[in-house]
Design a protein around this ligand. Structure first.
Ligand code: AMP
Length: 214
């Protein structure tokens, strides 16, 4: 299948996309992950987008459209794919339409993960990870045994700069302003399925499976 996962940052779409990808063999394509890789590797792209990402703002449409165009042209995407975090603006959605039309790859579903802002802020501001082994934690929901330290290798945990509360509020505002209008864009075509993203991950996965069958 060819899927788009939409929802505010921290709505669980990335976690669920990874799970669906593992089960189905469809490729998980996250523009956030691709951009973070570029920043980590200090590529020219990474150096250009680093500051914008740190502030919780959106990278330019032209930049992310290029990234997606290139990624979807790779052979593995012929099996199907899950776009996570793209499209985030109407301009990106229109560009995706042209890319997919030129390759005869229509979308099958757009799944929207619904989570209220208050829950998003609690989820994201509590996220931490180990910079060495990348194990994710949450200060409240998945705390390490010893506060602030990785259970596996004892490294001090870090917070993504864009996970700090003021940045999360900026990211949510951008979501409501720029990304929410993408949902009616796809609703007109009958592609959208909305699911409750506040439930436990296992429950959300079940709703997701039902949404993909309906
Ligand atoms: P994410 O991990 O999906 O929350 O993305 C992290 C950051 O990467 C966002 O806050 C943006 O700065 C940037 N980003 C990811 N995807 C897009 C996109 N489709 N359009 C613009 N910026 C993006």
């Amino acid at each position: 299948m060819r899927l788009v996962f939409e929802g505010p940052p921290g709505s669980g779409k990335g976690t669920q996309a990874k799970r669906v990808a593992e089960k189905s063999g469809w490729v998980h394509v996250s523009t956030g992950d691709l951009l973070r890789d570029a920043v980590r590797n200090r590529t020219p792209l990474g150096l250009t987008v680093e500051q914008v990402m740190r502030e919780g703002l959106l990278v330019s449409d032209a930049t992310v459209i290029d990234i997606i165009d290139e990624r979807l042209a790779q052979k593995d995407c012929a099996k199907g794919f899950i776009l996570d975090g793209f499209p985030r603006t109407i301009g990106q959605a229109q560009a995706l339409d042209s890319i997919l039309a030129s390759r005869n790859m229509p979308l099958d579903r757009v799944v929207v993960f619904e989570v209220p802002d208050g829950a998003i802020i609690e989820r994201i501001t509590g996220r931490r990870s180990c910079p060495k082994c990348q194990t994710p934690y949450h200060v409240r929901f998945v705390p390490p045994k010893k506060a602030g330290v990785c259970d596996k290798d004892g490294t001090a945990l870090v917070q993504r700069p864009d996970d700090m509360e003021d940045r999360v509020r900026t990211r949510l505002a951008k979501y409501h302003e720029d990304t929410a209008p993408v949902i009616p864009f796809y609703e007109k075509r009958g592609l959208v399925r909305k699911i409750d993203g506040t439930a436990a991950p296992e429950q959300v996965f079940k709703s997701l499976e039902r949404a993909l069958e309906s």
